[in-house]
Structure formats: C-alpha cells, structure tokens
Write a protein that binds this ligand. Sequence first.
Ligand code: GAP
Length: 438
Amino acid sequence: MENKIENNIEKIISLCKRRGFVFPGSEIYGGMANSWDYGPVGVELKNNIKQLWWKRFVQQRDDVVGIDAALIMNPKVWEASGHLATFSDPLVECKKCHSRSRADQLEGICTNCKGKEFSEAKQFNLMFKTFIGPAEDAANVAYFRPETAQAMFVDFKNVLQTTRKKLPFGIAQIGKAFRNEITPGNFIFRTREFEQMEIEYFINEPKRDEDWQSFFEMWREEMYEWMKQVGINTDKVHELEVPKEELAHYSKRTIDFEYEFPFGIKELYGLAYRTDFDLKNHSKASGVDLSYSEIEENDKFIPHVIEPTWGVDRTVLAVLCSAYTEEADRIVLKLDPKVAPYKVAVFPLLKNKPELVEKAREIYIDLKKNINGMIAWDDRGNVGKRYYAQDEIGTPFCITVDFDTLNDQAVTVRDRDTMKQERVNINELKNYLESKLV
Ligand code: GAP
C-alpha cells in the first residue's frame, strides 16, 4: 500500500543525510546554521536538473542563448537595479532575548522566547557585502549578486552584437546567488547561498497589454511543462497573483508558483513582467545605449522583459518531496529516470564468487561507457539490502548477475516502481535500458 508522507520534512532530511544527497555544511566544526552541502548522490540529482533545464530552454530553443557571468559585479549595477536602495526586509529585535526576526513574518510573538516586545522595524539590506583588494574601505565595497538576472541586462548589448538575435529572444543563466536572509530555514528551501536558473526574455515595446501578456502566458505554460518534466507533482502547485502593493520594485505583474512543501505552501518559482525597468536604468546609469532597433536607427526602443525564474535548490526539494514514497517496508524515491542520480545499479549475486563478480564487472563497465548518466556498483550484503539502498536513492533499475547468467548470457532486471523482475539478454541490455530511461 502506498502512503505519500505529508508534513514530514525530517524524514526527507534524514534520507538526504544517510544516502549522500545533502549534508549539513561544515559539520565537523559543529556545522554552520542553514548551510548545506550536496553529497555524491545529491550533486548528480542537482546536475541532472540543471542540465535538463539548459537543454530544454537553451539548446532546444532558437530564441534563447546562455551566459555565465561573474558573481561579483561592479557595485554600480546594484545602484542602477534598485537593489542598494530597496532590496531589504524589515528587521526587528526581540527586547527580551535579542534575537532578530523579519517583522513581516512575526505574528506578534518571538519564535525564540515567546516575547512580545520588539524594537522599531529597520530596513535590512539583504546583499552580502565584501571588499575588492586588500584595503577594506568604502571605495572598495562590492556585493555578491543577489540574483543572476542583472548580468543578462548588463551583457545585453554584447549578446545582441555577437548573436545578432532579433526580438523576441531570451538570455539564460544558471548560477549562484547570495542573500543575507534574516530567517533562513526549512532545510534547503531558504538559504543564504543558493542557485537560480533564470531567463530574461526580451520583447518589443508593447502597444497594448496583450502584447506582453501573450509572452507571459507562453512562459507560464513552459513552467508547468518543466515541472512535469522533472517530476514535480503539479497537483501540489498553486499560483499566487502577487498583490500590487507587494510587487518587487521592478515588476508590473508577478505570479508565484507555490508548492505544498511539508512545512507549508511556499514559493517555488516566479514569473514577472519587469517592463523596461532594468535596461532603461542601466542605460541611464552607464551612459551606454541599451536600446534595440530592427532596421533603422530611428526605430530605436528599449525592449521590455518577461522573467521566468527557477530556484535550483527549491526544485531539488520539490522533486524529492514529490518522489518520496513509503510502501510497506520500503522507502522509495520515485524519481523520474531523467533526474535520478543513478540510472542503473549492477550487482553480482555473491561477492565471493569471482566468476560472478567478473561478469558483473564487465556489464558494469560496459554500461558506464554506453548509458548516459551514473551507474552504481554494489556487492555488499544481500540483494534485498542492495534493493533497499537503491530504492532510497531512486535508482530506476537494478541488474543482478547470477549463476544462470554464466550459461544463458541473461541477467535479472528489477524495476524500482513495480518491483517486477525480468530476464534480459546481455546483448539487449543497452537498448532495453535506453528505451526505459527516456
Ligand atoms: N530575478 C528575480 C528573482 O530573483 P526571487 O523571487 O527573489 O526573484 C527567484 O527569486 C527564485 O529564487 C525563487 O522563486 C526561489 O526559487 C529562489 N530563491 C530565492 N531566494 C532563495 C533563498 N534564500 N534560498 C533558496 N532559494 C531562493
């Protein structure tokens, strides 16, 4: 009997630690609050997600190109983008225990000591400050980027000149972003260092609302298709129309795609109409003309922007939550094979029988060469235990080499989800697996 576990992030955190998806950061030094490291299995899941995204939105489209920009940009970028002035959250201090919280998330009571008296709210800028070079003075202050988006605006002219793209077209990037969050938490949901996958999609200056709304709709649908592709349960996704008074400083319209995480319904992705806010401000501040013209100079205008944005870590978490299943006596991650960290595991039935180990090793090495993705090897304990371990990391297929293999040149292939076993000829193994792993 299948039992999808609700409201239990602890089970997912524990699975992530024991199987090498995600470890607490700097653990041997007692950890560092809200810092997490992806382990050998987690990094495969995360890389698969990023590669699928790049393939879908950059390589398979004609109208999107990619960049990979510096994390620390000229501080003038953040002045022009509005982040220096407005990228802040209201911060209050509890008068009893002095812990700091976000005023907009408090509900009148300190989560640390239940105190009810707080200092006046102060705006706290979320950008991480650093210094460039050895002198720690005001002239050398710089910031780690709080979003990947700004590089797409700052590099707009270079991309346009080198690719000769015509509107509408997008610039995509995957990379780290940094925010000095006041209240990080909920595992990898909100951290101070995280990854984003973003597209700034440049369109003509709209004459009517429908001109930008049609692109907004196109990206809304694309975001659902993406969620289905990576195995996020879209029944648990809800759209939130961000009210006008809560819109980010650059946005005319934003939809948040929220997911029913075990700790509540929270933002997974965003889709925003950023108008011409960013290119206009960067044009003005840099003195470089960032306008676009199709044919003639007097046709010039500043493109408008639709921005779909995806958090990588929140994708990992939503994928894990969607896949986590408890069935009778086993825990199974029913991951889509496209994102599964390991595609296939190969076992010799017995570790101490060299003829079995040798044959299994041959198959393992052959699959490593010929199947796209990671192949696992396991010769510890018994086959039952190995299935249990592979189910927990979501490996779609396990292959066992037994004594019959030596005579009939066939192996047992066990399907993670149905637990059905099939005999497959070694010669047909590659085609068999490839047809099932797409
Ligand atoms: N360029 C627009 C932008 O950055 P955002 O809603 O602030 O918009 C985009 O962030 C996405 O980045 C979010 O939908 C979320 O998936 C992810 N994200 C934002 N802050 C995060 C944090 N502190 N930890 C993990 N992911 C975060």
